[in-house]
Design a protein around this ligand. Sequence first.
Ligand code: DGJ
Length: 743
Amino acid sequence: MSIVFDRERQTLTLHTAGSSYQMQIGPLGVLLHLYYGPRCEGCFDYLYLPRDRGFSPNPHERTEGRGFSLDNLPQEYSGSNCGDFRLPSLRLHTDRGVTGAELRYLRHEIRPGKYSLEGLPCAWDRGGEAETLSVTLRDEASGLEVELLYGVFEALDVITRAVRITNRGGQTVTLEAAASACLDLPFGRWDCLHFPGRHAFERQTQRCALPDGITAFSSTRGMSGHQHNPFVLLCDRDATEDAGACYGLMLAYSGNHETFLERDQTGSLRAVTGIGTQNFSWQLRPGEHFETPEALLCFSAQGLTPLSQRYHRFLRQNVCRGFWAGRRRPVLLNSWEAAYFDFDEASILRLAREAKALGAELLVLDDGWFGHRQDDRSSLGDWFANPAKLPRGLGPLVEGVRKEGLLFGIWLEPEGVSEDSELYRAHPDWALRVPGRLPALSRDQLVLDLSRKEVTDYLYEMISALLREHAISYVKWDMNRGLADLYSAALPPERQGELAHRYMLGLYALLDRLTREFPEVLFEGCAGGGGRFDAGMLAYCPQIWASDNSEAVSRLAIQEGTSYGYPASALGAHVSACPNHQTGRSVPLGTRAVVAMAGTFGYELDPARLTEAEKAEIREQIARFRDYDELVRTGDHYRLRSTGESACALWAFVAADKSAALLSFVLPAPEANAPAVHVRLKGLASDGVYRLARADFFGCLLEPQPLSRTRFTGAELMCGGLTLPALYGDAPSAQLLFIRDDA
Ligand code: DGJ
């Protein structure tokens, strides 16, 4: 049993392989949070000593002293306007002017399997993996019932949370905030790791000591965004990759989000994470309910690496779904950086031929193939072949590519619409815009109102017809602007605050319909690169283009930041042309491939501009990746040297059964007479014997003998480590494959 109710002590305890999580139905039915930490038995109510703190109110019914205050006690889901002045999880008002919520226990239920959410992506139980705890609280004044849902994946070491809020009273209630999870950590000093960035510079790793007061990370852009990922980590001040307590809070949501972290007057930390509340409101008439997005919680007592690995496994197995989730993905060549808008049928067929000759398996026709699109100013919405580029239509091109022996993939941006398009001329009210105000343009485009059923139905018909008519194996689902001018012509004034979330529900419903109807089509998520890189999109798209910055050295930090929460199997990464189109930097082809092999691996260049030697190198890269693919996609990922802290990046993938390890190393800027680079491997079998099965160096070796030995015990590689040969040149790199020989 992973969920235990102790009737006598009134505790509910959730156990996973490495963690325990405890709550208690406390005095007056306040649902107290007692513990989240290493797995153990016990009851932790003794930790919270009654204390009369000045200016911390006491519930009125509490007669035996002033020691009990909502303002001081850790809680499972905080109310508002009720004597807890810290971060609320729930804010509301009713049509009679009641504001806030005071939540008291009503009932609970433990059931097998995992709860599900209506219309929202959430983790799934593949069979007997999860148990559900539902605890219902009630706010008397508004009549709301608040059902806290916990999905306990014991073996996978993850607890999911979501909240279902039902109006059981007679008033109309307007939700102003409804968090997915609240986590109180009453003791300790915590650092926070978060992943800020911008377009083409996503998910940089930042670690900061949490100050007193409130720290916030959010998106108000209608998408999870390039700027702040819906994922934060809390860890001990001295936590490292291998030691210290760490907590992860990840939202399976792709729209506006916010995570607030409050270190209060007593040093207690409260984390509240959920849907973004700026411009958010949700009206519940009597009988109606609302469900929050899901939060994925994980704890590690042994540092950041196990925490990341748990998320990787969980996202791969229990969030990504469908045909492609666990399969090897085709190595693709994408036309974007090869041709941008400048192509025709003949040039794409030529690209396909050359891609095939290099060993690629999928040709992706990116932006520009539709309407009369010659640049990014027109035609979004007109998803029919561009007569100037493809006068014979899409059919002959798709067939031509397939005759070359490649799968065919296509780019779509279904959520966008250009003012210069037939779709916009026919349905101007389908675009988001505030009456009486000109809408903000971004990349010269507007956004379709996906909260409207007729809009998502139209998109479904259009895309499904395209997929039925043509042998399309892959769709790159792009989205190139944020949501401004939030107003829906289809919503009454009092429901306009629901629009951003209704938009997401519309998007998820559309993706759900399409991925169910076309399970064998591989959908890759994209939003101007990694603007919507989150667990919500991963439920439909098992891979996401990580960044519009395809330059390998910049990618090191982007991919490393991403790796804290997301698996390599989800990370779209390509080798692109040189000098790079985003930074102008020239990184050797070998190093570009080493970096792209930490993701789904593909190409984004025109083979016609390559020398014969480069083509030969690419053929070898693709063959090598086929050998490494399984290890990268399913292995345990280790960050061995961080780009932020040192002059080089080192990482490894180790097979789950410890039978192989792939060590990758990049030295962005070699120094003269530099100290040797030394690394200790991790995750191997100590007593195993590992053979260096393959060593590739990209750049120049200073010593003629790269490594003096080729057989090592796991203990040697993990305790003594490995001294890497000195490399010089522009951004040199190395890839070493170790295979266990003794098993
Ligand atoms: C943004 C994407 O991230 C790029 O890869 C490319 O598809 C462009 N959009 C096309 O407009």
